[in-house]
Design a binder for this molecule. Sequence first.
Ligand SMILES: Cc1cc2nc3c(=O)[nH]c(=O)nc-3n(C[C@H](O)[C@H](O)[C@H](O)COP(=O)(O)O)c2cc1C
Ligand code: SF4
Length: 653
Amino acid sequence: MDSRFSKLFSPLTLRGVTLKNRIFSTGHDTNLAAGGLINDRLVAYHRARAAGGAGLVILQVSGVHESARYTSHLLMAISDESIPGYRAVADAVHAHGCRVFAQLFHPGREIMESQDGSLPVAYAPSVVPNERFHVMPAPLTLALIREIVAGYGAAAGRMARAGIDGVEIVASHGYLPAQFLNSRTNRREDNYGGNFDNRLRFLREVIAACRAAVGPERVVGMRISGSELDHDGLTEPEVLEACRALAGDGALDYYNVIAGSSASIAGAIHIVPPMAIETGYVAPFAAAVRQVVDKPVFVAGRINQPQIAEQVLASGHADLCGMTRAMICDPEMPAKTAAGRLDDIRACIACNQACIGHFHLGYAISCIQHPETGRELEYGALKPASRRKRVVVAGGGPGGMKAAAVAAARGHDVTLYEATGRLGGQALLAQQLPGRAEFGGIVTNLTREMELAGVKVVKGKAVDPALLAELEPDAVVLATGARPRRPAIEGAEAAHMVDVWQLLRGEVNVGASALVADWRCDWIGMGVAEMLARAGCRVRLAVNGYVPGQRIQQYVRDQGNGTLHKLGVEVIPYARLYGADGDTVYLQHMSSGEPIICEGVDTVVLALGHEQETALAEALAGWPGELHRIGDCVAPRTAEEAVLEGLKVASVL
Ligand SMILES: Cc1cc2nc3c(=O)[nH]c(=O)nc-3n(C[C@H](O)[C@H](O)[C@H](O)COP(=O)(O)O)c2cc1C
Ligand code: SF4
């Protein structure tokens, strides 16, 4: 055991349940379940985290009542039909010496979608609307409150019968228990509203129902936001008051502290904080809770490396560290830490793209750096190659690197050629955008994966037909990427137009006033606008869509838009770049077709996407051997698709 992590690898006992270390995976909705029930895919997902050394896995939210369906794919614990699934996960996780809890969930008014597209009735303590999902709830009747409380107990009982070690009541993020607690969302005049004790009544009844259902041996804990960081959300003093009172009751075995609220844009950013938010930032909230309770306190939120987790524990801020995306990205992170293999950890870069990004789009969880996540049944175990081939990979961006690493790990003899002097491709530019330096971690991580797998890397040398004729490889993987798209634009010659790559490479000056023409509506246009505004430039961001960052994960988008607003960037929505005339730029409204005229523009920055780099593919048109193409050279997309295609191609070589 690595002595630098003595706290992280010390056991912790909660009631009758001992956790072997202080690393846990917090409850997170995976979208892997089908029909509201746990299936083999979800079991395989958690088996991988348990096998990787986590001390505790907390299963994603399970609905406790029919009215709890906040998405169409929520796991449900409302009937005994759910028991075999919980048992299967419990057995799989226990087999690796890991313990498992499950979250009990009712969202109240925080309803995102329905089963059939019609708007469902959301229930809340009072008729107070939700800002983020635009839901006006119906008030809970006393009969429904009783039913829901009983639902928590019944669900907890099913989990206990299935062998789940503990249950966690989700009182965080502005969900139903928090809606009762909060005087801004609870306007009731009966026993469940008004004074503090009345507002706490629902939570107390839920805790009592769960304790009665699981018995004295199993754990009952609670997740709570240390502050909901929302204009109408629970404040830190209010949360501390509630925790102090519940500690006085002595019924809870732990307090799991997080931040944020589902109810608003600003609060929701903290549900899964993006990379622009500093690591470990929730720890002070946990420390404050720890002052007022006498049971272990858990914490999560941007703890992506074991060094940070050890620091959180050593400074006494918390007793257990949630490292959720850290293990979505690298399920073996705990085992690697224990073995002192810190350089081998694939650190999560908080891009939010394929984990929570997939969740909001209704797709199964994955990771842009580790597409094996969520695909454990297909790619969980590396299949050794039946015959060792000599493989050449052309292009050292994320896709080529992943292809090379996996092919070599399967036993192939792999050489990767990168035409420039540096590995990384477009990730090297992406990491220069403000607040996105961590994106460069994808290059560090894939470089290490290639080293570990024994890939030979040749930099500063492009692959061409002559080289391949000389090398005679058994298989070639083309991962040559893309270049900026520069379509013909009327008046471009007389205006100052530069592309984002030129700007990020420091090849051009911009002047005092810039217009960013953003076709992709992703990180690039927003990032460049922020960068220029920070440099003192007047910036207009013309998006060929509804809103900057329209196509990226919503917390990243919303955080970015907040920053642009603070910096005074003028956003022009629905704007297609049409042409320019000196320092006048002509845009066209996407819907009305009317012109939008912008004057006094020194430089137009083109964020118009990319075109595939096909020169090598064309030169190899008649190549007789095994030839594959992956990533942007097929069709320009993002690092996620490039890495996934790298995995897929390497798996069939
Ligand atoms: C895909 C995804 C789904 C999530 N779903 C839940 C959930 O079901 N319940 C919950 O309490 N938190 C949920 N969260 C929040 C996580 O539990 C955790 O608080 C968050 O990811 C921050 O921790 P991290 O920085 O270690 O990833 C989810 C997070 C992700 C990435
Ligand atoms: S997709 Fe991004 S944020 Fe999500 S786990 Fe992977 S690296 Fe982390």
